[in-house]
Design a protein around this ligand. Structure first.
Ligand code: KIV
Length: 281
């Protein structure tokens, strides 16, 4: 399906009762599995923390996003693939933003980019969409900015903060974003914003009121270190499974129970003997 059509279809899901299913993906194997069930796969800059052990998403850069974006775009056949613009790649001016957005699109083969910020990024979103770059916006908690004070807090809790978030949502919609992530906001505010907009809202820690949901896949699979945030439901505990398997492997190597016969190649055939047998017959 053409990406324009895919993106239009996603926007049309706003009017449907079926929620939009999104997850992050950083690798081809994970994208291959998630693609079967998701409408959208996000190559989030969270890759820097989840796979590279960085302190914040500020440590993601263009080569990292392009490397992982390319792997995911290659493996996903059905879902829209969106790649995050990393910190420092779009804030300087419109020319920098367009140059880097174009580079991500061209080098990964993704369908759209995502950038963080509300009204403050409206001009950039406008400029990118005018230049045929589909943009997913991201409002509410902005992990790239949180890095400065290191605290992840629920956003829009008082009336003034809620009003600012509503203005952000309208600004990014008017600038041409095709959908937006809303991160860490109370349910009532997420519901108000979702009802107010013509484009879909994709919630992370923003309640069932949003048009769709996204999680960091490794968080919901129990593949990240530490305690995940309250809004993450643990659908599996893969870290424990992996540890069990590695412990068993280590024990079997120590006891010489691995490799067993079935994991071992047979003896090399004697080729001179085979030739002699052939000559004699
Ligand atoms: O980088 C990321 O994974 C994200 C999601 C949390 C929406 O931006």
């Amino acid at each position: 399906m053409l990406k324009d059509l895919m993106i239009k279809n996603l926007t049309a899901l706003k009017t449907k009762t079926t929620p939009i299913i999104c997850l992050t993906a950083y690798s081809a194997p994970m994208a291959g599995i998630a693609d079967q069930y998701c409408d959208l796969l996000l190559v989030g800059d969270s890759v820097s923390m989840v796979l590279y052990g960085a302190e914040s998403t500020q440590e993601a850069d263009m080569p990292m996003m392009i490397r992982h974006g390319k792997a995911v775009a290659k493996a996903a056949t059905k879902a829209i693939v969106v790649v995050d613009m990393p910190y420092g790649s779009y804030e300087q001016d419109l020319i920098q933003a367009l140059k880097n957005a174009q580079k991500i699109m061209d080098e990964t083969g993704c369908d759209a980019i995502k950038l963080e910020g509300g009204a403050a990024q409206a001009d950039t979103i406008n400029y990118l969409t005018d230049n045929d770059i589909p943009v997913m916006a991201h409002i509410g908690l902005l992990p790239q900015s949180v890095a400065a004070d290191g605290t992840y807090r629920v956003q829009g809790k008082d009336a003034d903060a809620a009003e600012i978030l509503k203005q952000d949502a309208i600004a990014v919609q008017e600038a041409g974003a095709f959908c937006m992530v809303i991160e860490a906001v109370p349910e009532t505010l997420a519901a108000e914003i979702t009802t107010m907009l013509g484009i879909p809202t994709i919630g992370i820690g923003a309640s069932v009121a949003c048009d769709g949901q996204i999680l960091v896949t490794e968080d919901m699979l129990g593949l990240t270190l530490g305690k995940p945030p309250k809004f993450v439901k643990q659908y599996a505990t893969l870290n424990a499974e992996i540890e069990k398997a590695i412990e068993q492997y280590a024990n079997e190597v120590t006891s010489r129970n691995f490799p067993a016969k079935e994991n071992t190649y047979g003896a090399v055939k004697d080729s001179t003997k085979t030739k002699e047998i052939k000559k004699a017959s």
